[in-house]
Write a protein that binds this ligand. Structure first.
Ligand SMILES: *Cc1c(COP(=O)(O)O)cnc(C)c1O
Length: 506
């Protein structure tokens, strides 16, 4: 016989004895404790190794194979958070995080995330979140103006640059008049569609081509010059060649601040080519776009105001917590053509005036209220506060680059237009082998070992890329908490580990 639960049975701990949510007073107490946890974490993050020494597969066995049948007290869960979760994170919030492009969450941004969760908005329709919708319009326009872009640019917030670029390229596909949104691309007599980007463009562009049914084959990679920037003459030649072969060019993606080396494609010249051939121009400035907040730095961005769409990620160099990507476009109506689909249950019947229903511009329906954290953060730092922080990161990167340049055993592998330095260890003792074909391979191995050794110290975390096929160490400054001390320490560690490795070579 199955016994029914009864009120006389004493409630197990946690929530299992009740219906509905956590008790409001218990929430308040736990909420204060969580704020303390976050504050302690941020204040003491440097006591952790930025890259924790964890082997793959060793964390999973720390957790039970099934969730508990009865609820547990939140104190127990938070104690396990302290013990099992926090120490096993890669510490993106650590000032020694100099790998990839930083995503560091600012205090005001974290507070914004907390309030966002509390309010539980879903600005998919104006109706389902009037404030979520209209604050997004406000914040997008604030950012547009702050980046120095003219009013015809409108836009929206998405989760990532990958999604923003996917939406932009879907709109580019729609702008051709092929109407893939309605008729698809299969079973029709269509020419091969082509998208152009430099050989250094981000993988998200290629993934967008995969997702949109164009296929990876649709992406034409244009060679770059010695500074890893797209060669416009090669772009134009490729477009003309493909046209002559009966293919249909639809879009060009220019990057301002490539992921490997932060190279700047010549957007002004690329815009002229795109205009001449009637192609959609998308500018990917996911990381470097933040530098356009500084009017004196806009020389790197000349011509981007001619783009059809632009992506800049607040969750990179604006110190906004994941996730927040800003997609700006002069052609909102085309985005809408690409994604608008309004079933009966999403129709709102009680209004006359047209409103913005953001879901009509994106592949997904439900959306986060990302504008709230941005509104809080922009007000809290002020544009001037963001500019000063970005400027300081650029200064630190230039300083680091000068140290590399002054050291005969190191070489810099790319210009430093923003806050990322590409370099390698090339010790004088190996220079005698420079003509040997095995030389590059030896340098590659040496630099991989150097980066590993430096990362193992736990004090800093660096990443790598390949430039001209050479293993290249990247030091990317963009974490809100990184200062002179951390960059100097990274250089000290690189030099001492390099010296040790060089000793083994002799
Ligand atoms: C980081 C980056 C991306 C991808 O950003 P996500 O938000 O992670 O999708 C795309 N392009 C460039 C140039 C980037 O630096």
């Amino acid at each position: 016989m199955v016994s029914e639960p009864s009120d006389s049975v004493s409630s197990p701990p946690g929530l299992s004895g009740t219906l509905g949510d956590m008790d409001p007073e218990a929430f308040r107490a736990a909420g204060h404790e969580v704020v303390d946890l976050i504050a302690d974490y941020l204040a003491g993050v440097e006591r952790y190794p930025v890259l924790p020494p964890i082997e793959p597969g060793t964390l999973r066995p720390l957790f039970p194979t099934a969730p508990p049948e009865t609820g547990e007290p939140i104190e127990t869960i938070l104690a396990d958070y302290r013990r099992l979760i926090e120490p096993n994170a890669t510490h993106w919030q650590h000032p020694g995080f100099l790998a990839y492009f930083a995503t560091s969450a600012s205090g005001p941004g974290i507070l914004g995330e907390m309030l966002t969760a509390g309010l539980g908005q879903n600005p998919m329709l104006w109706r389902t979140s009037p404030i979520g919708t209209e604050l997004e319009i406000v914040v997008v326009d604030w950012l547009r103006a702050a980046l120095g872009l003219p009013e015809p640019f409108d836009g929206l917030l998405t989760d990532t640059a990958s999604t923003s670029s996917l939406i932009a390229l879907a709109a580019a596909r729609q702008a051709t008049g092929i109407d893939a949104a309605a008729a698809g691309l299969t079973g029709r007599d269509l020419p091969a569609l082509r998208v152009y980007a430099s050989s250094e463009a981000h993988s998200s562009i290629e993934k967008a081509c995969m997702t949109l049914g164009l296929g990876r084959a649709a992406l034409v990679r244009i060679p770059t010059d010695g500074a890893y920037a797209m060669e416009p003459a090669r772009l134009e030649a490729a477009i003309e060649r493909d046209r002559a072969a009966g293919q249909r060019p639809i879009a060009v993606v220019a990057t301002i601040g490539t992921t490997s080396s932060t190279a700047i494609d010549p957007v002004e010249r690329i815009a002229a080519i795109a205009e001449r051939h009637g192609l959609w121009l998308h500018v990917d400035s996911a990381y470097a776009g933040a530098a356009a907040l500084i009017p004196e730095r806009r020389t790197a961005f000349v011509g981007w105001e001619r783009a059809d769409s632009i992506v800049v990620n607040p969750h990179k160099w604006f110190f906004t917590p994941l996730d927040a990507s800003l997609l700006l476009t002069r052609r909102m109506a085309t985005l809408r053509d690409a994604f608008s689909l309004v079933p009966e249950y999403l129709r709102t019947l009680d209004r006359e005036a047209p409103v913005r229903d953001y879901n009509e511009y994106t592949p997904q329906l439900g959306r986060r209220f990302r504008a709230l954290k941005l509104w809080i953060q922009l007000r809290s730092f002020g544009l001037e506060g963001l500019r000063r922080r970005i400027e300081e990161h650029i200064r630190l990167a230039r300083e680091f680059a000068a140290w590399v340049d002054a050291d005969p055993d190191f070489e810099r592998l790319a210009p430093v237009p923003f806050s990322t330095v590409c370099f390698r260890f090339a010790p004088a003792v190996l220079a005698r082998d420079a003509a040997d074909p095995a030389h590059q391979r030896r340098l590659d191995e040496l630099n991989a070992r150097l980066m590993e050794a430096v990362n193992r110290t736990g004090e800093v975390f660096l990443s790598h890329t390949r430039l001209d096929e050479r293993f290249t160490i990247r030091l990317a400054i963009g974490n809100l908490r990184t200062g002179e001390r951390h960059v100097a320490r990274a250089w000290e560690l690189l030099r001492s580990e390099a010296e040790r490795l060089a000793g083994e070579l002799e």
